[in-house]
Each structure stands twice: as structure tokens, then as C-alpha cells.
Design a protein around this ligand. Structure first.
Ligand SMILES: [Zn+2]
Length: 486
């Protein structure tokens, strides 16, 4: 059987060679095809069988697929899907384990955010999580934040908090530098765990007490360049959400406890959301309802009352931007030297994206009740290969699945993106159902036709929700070459 696969690989060589992305595959699909690829990087499974380290089997994933579906009606769709499919597991109130599938998605999401932040000159740093109370007293937020601030005391009686954001620390650090106007703007960011002592943590990652967040802090020479930075970061936010294909909405936001004088929020509209958004279909008005308060409609919409179409909807906040002015730079004396050598205060901005919340919010808005739909780019694995159930010639089907997985792994962009569902004691139908439920964007079935001439493989594109396609190996490769990964 291996020979047929190899033969098919060679017949399509010319076509494939035209595609530079495929080059490594073509090279691999020659005589060395079935030799071990990386002899020094092998895993040993329970039976002592050695296989390439980048091959993944469903039975080797930390997953308990047979567990009962959560019944509680109090939990939302994404929470149900994430618990049922072992994306996350509850630990204690407001705190969750992120399991291997979930963490793969979260890491991909982080990578996208890193790329877009660095594209606009963002420099990544790590800020201490434990923040001394003096800093917070100085900004006034030790008192104003309220009981949400996680406070702790060390053995010397010194008080600290676990930072929910880090304006204080970062501004104090910048203030310690002697900066020339030529060095500005400065755009630093970090991606780390943040903490908030929620009175009522709920909806899993949507409102937890510990969460993953990206926070960027920017420092400019004057208001107009700070505004420019503000728009640049907002544009990067649009890029992030567009790359994820998310139907986000940007509204005017409340500056709240962070402060400042210009602020926008990014939301995914969903009934699970805790914010109320007010949007007008006729003018460009979009705002968090909090911000509008008791204001007269005429103060924000220029249209006559009859023409204005205000609509309320619920949103999950996934990002927030603030133009801060000198609110923090004046407190911590973050300054720079201007052209004439005079000392001036920096103009600041701060910008957050709740990464773990974004992960769940995406699942909430894209998925059906029965199937997870990830933003394709961050699906934990792009491809699931399901070989024929055990029975006649099942070893050959299984070998085909492994060879296909090994071959696809040689493509840089698909490396480690493939899982083989090796539970061949189960029917294809049962495994297909589960693969769809977990949300693999592409599912390849190696059924009876794979032993035909030509060999035909069934491929299901779970994102487009179209009928399955029956393709030759060459066609299959063409199709898979369009997958974009991060
Ligand atoms: Zn209006």
C-alpha cells in the first residue's frame, strides 16, 4: 500500500514543484519517503513503537472524549463546548486549567497579537506581577479600585497587589530613564496573567479572577503625536480582529478607573455579554450605554429624532484603548528632554486586549450549539485524519493515514497541525462527529476509496459547511495548500 501512496506522490511532482511552498514535501515524497525523518526526535508510545515526534494521535492527547455533556442550563454555549471538549477545565472559583487544545489556540492568538503589536513598533517586556502598594497609593488607585484589587502582604508587613493593569509600574520605570525627544514615541507591551478579585466570577474565561491579557503603554512627545499613536494602535486592533474574521464592533468607551480623555472599546455582540451597547443605524454613533447615561439623544446624534435609529445590544468587551494624557506621567514624573533641552511630561496611552476572554468570546459568537468553530487561524490543529475502522485491510488504511500525516508535517506551515484519530475500534461516523464537535477546520477520511486507483480521499471543510469533497491526492494537496496558519 505504501507503494501506491509513493507512486501517486511522484506523478504529481511536476505540478507540485511549481509551488514553492510545497518544495519540501516533494523532496520528502521521493525514495526517502518512508525512512524516519528525524531519527533523534522520536517518541515512544505505550507499545514501545517508535514514531516521528511531530505525529499526533488522538489517543495520546490529554482529552477525555467520552465524558458526559455538561447539563447545567446556567452555563453558556462557549463554556459548555469548552468544558465538554476539554479545552478548559474548572479548578476553583474564577480559575481554570487551560488544557493542551485550549493552550495551542491561546498561544496562536498570542502570536497574532505579538505580530501586530510589533508591526507598529511595540517592544515586548515583562512587568512584575506583584506590585508594591506605594505605587498604587501614589496614583490613587489603591483606594479607588475597591475590593477587586487582590492585595497581599509579605513577611515584612509590606503590602502589595497582584496587578490587574500596570500603568503605575511601567510609568515609574519610564520615569527612571533619561529620554530625549528623539527616542519617542515609546510603545511597550506585555502579555501576562492579570488578577481581579471578582465578587461573582462566571462564564469561565469571560469573567475570571485570573486571566491572560495584553497591555500596551505608549509615551509620546505631545498630544497630537499621542493621538497618532492612538489611531495606529486602534488600526492594529482592527487588523487582529480582522485576521480572526470576527464580527467586532468598536464603540466609544468609558474611561472608568483607568482615566484619560479618549477611549474606545472593542466588543463582540452576544447575549452573553455584560455590557450594553448603544448603536445608531443611521448615523455613526456607537457607544457603551454607560457613557451615555442620562444624556439627551440630541447631544450625540445630529439627526432629527424620527430618523435616528438607536438600538441596544449586549456585547462582550475584548479590547479597550485609552488616551491618557498626563494622568500617570505627571504623578510619576515621566519626562523627556525636548529640542531645547527642556523637561516635558510624556503623553500616554494604554491599550488592553483580554486574550483568554477573546478566545472564549470567539467560540461563543462563531460556534453552533453542537460544534466549536474557532477563528480558523487559531484552531488548535488544522487537520484531523480519520482512517477506516478496524477490519479488512485496516492496517493499510492506518498506514496511509500515518504516511499522509508525516508528509503534511514536512510542510512548514502544517508542521504539527495534524492529528490522526487512531481510535479505529470506532466507526468513521462516530469519530467524524467528534472531530466536527472539536472544530478541526479540515477532516480527511481515509475510507475504502483510498485503496482504489486512483486513490480517493474524502475531505470535509467544517468551516465552509459544504458537502464533503472526494479528491485525489494531488487535488487534496492543492486544497490544503490554501490553509493559512500562524
Ligand atoms: Zn443617530
Amino acid at each position: 500500500m505504501a507503494k501506491i501512496f509513493l507512486y501517486r506522490a511522484n506523478t504529481s511532482r511536476n505540478v507540485l514543484e511549481a509551488k514553492c511552498a510545497m518544495t519540501s514535501w516533494v523532496q520528502e515524497a521521493t525514495a526517502t519517503h518512508f525512512l524516519p525523518r528525524r531519527s533523534n526526535s522520536k517518541h515512544v508510545n505505550a507499545e514501545g513503537y517508535r514514531y516521528p515526534a511531530n505525529r499526533r494521535y488522538v489517543t495520546k492527547l490529554l482529552q477525555n472524549l467520552g465524558k458526559p455533556q455538561p447539563k447545567e442550563s446556567s452555563i453558556n454555549k462557549s463554556q459548555k463546548l469548552m468544558l465538554y471538549n476539554e479545552i478548559v477545565e474548572h479548578s476553583h472559583p474564577g480559575c481554570y486549567f487551560v488544557l493542551p487544545l485550549g493552550l495551542r489556540a491561546l498561544e496562536k492568538l498570542t502570536k497574532i497579537i505579538d505580530e501586530e503589536m510589533q508591526m507598529i513598533g511595540g517592544e515586548k517586556i515583562a512587568v512584575p506581577t506583584i506590585s508594591p502598594c506605594e505605587l498604587w497609593k501614589k496614583s490613587g488607585r489603591w483606594q479607588s479600585t475597591g475590593p477587586e484589587l487582590f492585595k497581599l502582604e509579605d513577611r515584612h508587613g509590606q503590602m502589595y497587589c497582584l496587578g490587574p493593569t500596570h500603568e503605575e509600574s511601567v510609568t515609574k520605570f519610564l520615569a527612571s530613564l533619561s529620554l530625549s525627544y528623539k527616542r519617542l514615541p515609546i510603545r511597550v507591551y506585555q502579555i501576562s496573567r492579570k488578577f481581579r478579585d471578582e465578587i461573582n466570577p462566571k462564564n469561565a474565561l469571560l469573567r475570571g479572577r485570573e486571566f491572560e491579557m495584553k497591555d500596551m503603554y505608549t509615551f509620546d512627545i505631545d498630544e497630537s503625536s499621542a493621538k497618532e499613536t492612538y489611531h495606529t494602535v486602534c488600526h492594529a486592533y482592527s487588523q487582529i480582529f480582522n485576521r480572526l474574521n470576527l464580527p467586532y464592533i468598536k464603540v466609544e468607551g468609558d474611561t472608568g478607573n483607568i482615566g484619560g480623555h479618549l477611549s474606545h472599546e472593542y466588543h463582540l455582540q452576544s447575549t452573553v455579554g455584560e455590557d450594553t451597547l448603544l448603536t445608531c443605524n443611521k448615523c455613526s454613533f456607537k457607544s457603551n450605554k454607560e457613557l451615555v447615561g442620562d444624556k439627551e439623544r440630541s447631544s450625540f446624534c445630529s439627526l432629527p429624532e424620527k430618523e435616528c435609529e438607536l438600538k441596544e445590544s449586549a456585547g462582550i468587551e475584548i479590547g479597550h484603548t485609552f488616551l491618557l494624557g498626563t494622568k500617570y506621567s505627571s504623578v510619576f514624573n515621566s519626562t523627556y528632554f525636548d529640542k531645547d533641552g527642556k523637561t516635558r511630561l510624556t503623553q500616554m496611552g494604554c491599550y488592553g486586549i483580554g486574550i483568554s476572554r477573546l478566545l472564549q468570546a470567539s467560540i461563543e459568537v462563531l460556534s453552533t450549539d453542537k460544534q466549536i468553530k474557532w477563528p480558523q487561524l487559531i484552531a488548535p490543529y488544522q487537520i484531523c485524519i480519520i482512517p477506516q475502522m478496524s477490519g479488512f485491510k485496516s492496517e493499510e488504511f492506518f498506514k496511509l493515514a500515518e504516511d499522509m500525516s508525516d508528509d503534511l508535517n514536512t510542510l512548514t506551515y502544517l508542521n504539527r497541525e495534524i492529528v490522526i484519530d487512531d481510535r479505529i475500534h470506532m466507526t468513521i461516523g462516530k469519530r467524524l462527529y467528534e472531530a466536527k464537535r472539536i472544530g478541526y477546520p479540515h477532516i480527511i477520511i481515509i475510507g475504502e476509496k483510498a485503496l482504489g486507483n486512483p486513490a480517493i480521499y474524502e475531505i470535509i471543510d467544517t468551516f465552509l459547511d459544504k458537502e464533503p469533497e472526494f479528491l485525489t491526492l494531488e487535488q487534496l494537496r492543492d486544497k490544503l495548500s490554501t490553509i493559512i496558519t500562524i
